[in-house]
Design a protein around this ligand. Structure first.
Ligand SMILES: [Ca+2]
Length: 577
């Protein structure tokens, strides 16, 4: 069934469910039946874990804003969503140009005016779970909000900082700023224009640990540590502490968390050392990708090869074309990049193996900060080409990469023998390159369209100027899920049993001789069945009563319908006499 038909069918199903609320009941923890139906297909196309997928940085989006967009986010292929910081902050402004307020916390509690409450955060995590989407939370643990922009006030805590933090002098480093960024002690022990917390203090660490575990208890799946470079390592020569080992070692469910630190490269960054404790941000690579696609530089795709990350394994790197800092900060490092440049950069970054690419969502509207805090940004994150590259990334999980170049304006990112993304920064071109791809004709899944042919170890085909080609065969692995049915109150006479029959092969294709059953009668007159079915399958079915002579009693009324979810599939209904 094609996608259009499926979508239309999904709408129909919702109406059916609304009209017949008592005929099907679902065992949903937090998700409704309707959500399960919408999510089934999307979730089945996302990889299992954050490290195999791509992250949407839903910058400044409130919890409710993110929650309302989950179907679109899943459909666009994002495995994970990174929130802005969720802690209480020093002001309640919603002015978009004051985004930095979210990086000026006053406590280690969940909830602020811009993003929402602790309960709204919980609801977001619960609903994201039903889509197979992970929630990564931005954590500000290096510093608190300050009193003013400049001078000594920049290093004084805001008066509304949690008094149990504000009034404990042991919780603060010296209240002055870094003057030498090549001095590791200064980088970790002095302020970055903000009052620096004494992150080596165990009682302060305990507050942070409790906060992180609270977020985990509500469903957080990982953390991005803001200004991680400014929190000392156990291996630092001066100013060392056990912050990272003790805090990260105290997290509940830690083996399932994705943790990365903002370790912007430059100065005394100790970049490779951080990678011993967490994943880290390949900020130099972002700079090179921006140059590669011609931003303030002559286009040169060869620049997009080297991660330039102090030999840290690519599997420990978070990559991006731009970050909220390069976009939003006063130095405007990437602010003037065009959407086309962003898209081409993303095609390269997200086509590659091993790293976890992060897509930054710019604010919507005209001007740098046109939209209010709490609202969604512009729509580039769900652009058809961006989504096609995301789906490619997901489908290629586990495949190694091989980068090829056709001149300085065309890059071919090949993954195993399964797929390839071609980004053409130049004019219309004929691709003719060696390849390891399996022989065949590949249809471009990006908007540029067209087909490419692989034969005799070469790939050939036409690509439009400034276009992306996303090439791979649709051989999605089928995920199976158990679906349990309980047919209630189906009383039978001697020799008669209850079966399920439906329009799919696993339910006999409406052939009563191949119906599933008889059901378990542990709780007669209820009949239980468990059937393993491919996730995403939509099917029609009915219960029947059948005796040894093959006399059939069909349920009355319309066929029942269901779509197999990736998570819970529990169906229970009364036999319609
Ligand atoms: Ca610090």
């Amino acid at each position: 069934m094609n996608k259009m038909v499926k979508c239309f069918f999904g709408v129909l199903m919702c109406i059916v469910l609304l009209l017949q609320p008592f005929q099907l009941s679902f065992d949903g923890k937090d998700q409704s039946a309707i959500v399960s139906l919408q999510t089934a297909e999307a979730a089945s196309n996302l990889p299992a874990s954050t490290k195999d997928g791509v992250i949407l940085l839903a910058w400044n989006w409130s919890f409710d804003t993110i929650r309302s967009r989950l179907p679109e986010i899943a459909a666009a292929g994002y495995k994970s969503i990174q929130t802005s910081p969720i802690q209480g902050v020093k002001e309640n402004t919603m002015n978009g140009s004051h985004w930095w307020i979210l990086y000026q916390p006053i406590n280690f509690n969940i909830g602020n005016a811009q993003l929402g409450t602790r309960e709204q955060f919980r609801q977001l995590c619960a609903e994201a779970e039903s889509y197979g989407i992970k929630i990564i939370v931005d954590i500000v643990a290096n510093h608190m909000g300050n009193q003013g922009f400049s001078g000594p006030q920049a290093y004084m805590p805001a008066p509304n900082v949690d008094p149990t933090i504000l009034n404990n002098s042991a919780f603060w480093h010296q209240l002055s700023g870094i003057t030498n960024w090549n001095d590791r002690w200064q980088v970790t022990q002095l302020g970055i224009g903000l009052p620096d917390l004494n992150t080596g203090n165990q009682a302060l660490q305990d507050k942070i640990i409790a906060f992180l575990n609270d977020a985990i208890s509500l469903g957080a799946d990982g953390f991005r540590f803001d200004a991680a470079k400014h929190i000392e390592l156990p291996t630092d020569q001066y100013g060392a502490s056990n912050f990272w080992t003790r805090v990260l070692g105290s997290l509940n469910n830690s083996s399932n968390l994705y943790i990365y630190g903002e370790v912007l490269q430059g100065g005394a960054d100790a970049f490779a050392q951080y990678a011993n404790y967490m994943n880290v941000t390949a900020s130099n690579y972002g700079s090179n990708v921006r140059k590669a696609v011609g931003f303030n530089n002559a286009k040169n795709v060869n620049l997009a090869y080297n991660f330039n990350a102090a030999n840290v394994a690519p599997s420990k790197l978070v990559t991006w074309v731009e970050s909220h800092d390069t976009y939003a900060n006063d130095d405007e490092i990437s602010t003037n990049m065009s959407e086309w440049q962003l898209k081409m950069g993303w095609a390269i970054v997200a086509a590659r193996a091993h790293t976890v690419p992060l897509f930054f969502n710019r604010p919507s509207g005209n001007g740098k900060f046109a939209s209010n805090l709490g609202t969604a940004g512009n729509n580039l994150w769900k652009d058809a080409d961006i989504a096609a590259v995301n789906h490619f990334h997901n489908a290629m999980a586990g495949q190694n990469e091989y980068l090829r170049y056709q001149g300085s304006e065309i890059i071919l990112v090949e993954r195993g023998n399964k797929g390839m993304v071609i980004a053409n920064l130049g004019s219309n071109a004929y691709i003719d390159q060696p390849t390891n791809l399996t022989n065949g004709v590949y249809t471009n899944k990006a908007t540029g369209g067209g087909t490419f042919t692989v034969a005799n170890g070469r790939i050939t085909g036409n690509i439009g100027g400034g276009k992306i080609a996303v090439l791979y065969q649709d051989t999605q692995p089928v995920t199976m899920a158990n679906v349990t049915f309980t047919v209630r109150n189906a009383t039978t006479v001697m020799g008669q049993n209850v079966y399920l029959v439906g329009n799919i092969a696993q339910l006999g294709s409406w052939n009563v001789n191949q119906a599933v059953g008889p059901g378990s009668t542990t709780n007669y007159p209820n009949w239980g069945f468990t059937v393993s079915l491919p996730v995403g399958t939509t099917f029609e079915y009915k219960a029947i009563k059948k005796d040894a002579a093959n006399n059939i009693v069909w349920e009355t009324g319309a066929n029942r319908t269901y779509t197999v979810s990736a998570s819970s599939n529990v169906i229970s209904f009364d036999f319609r006499n």
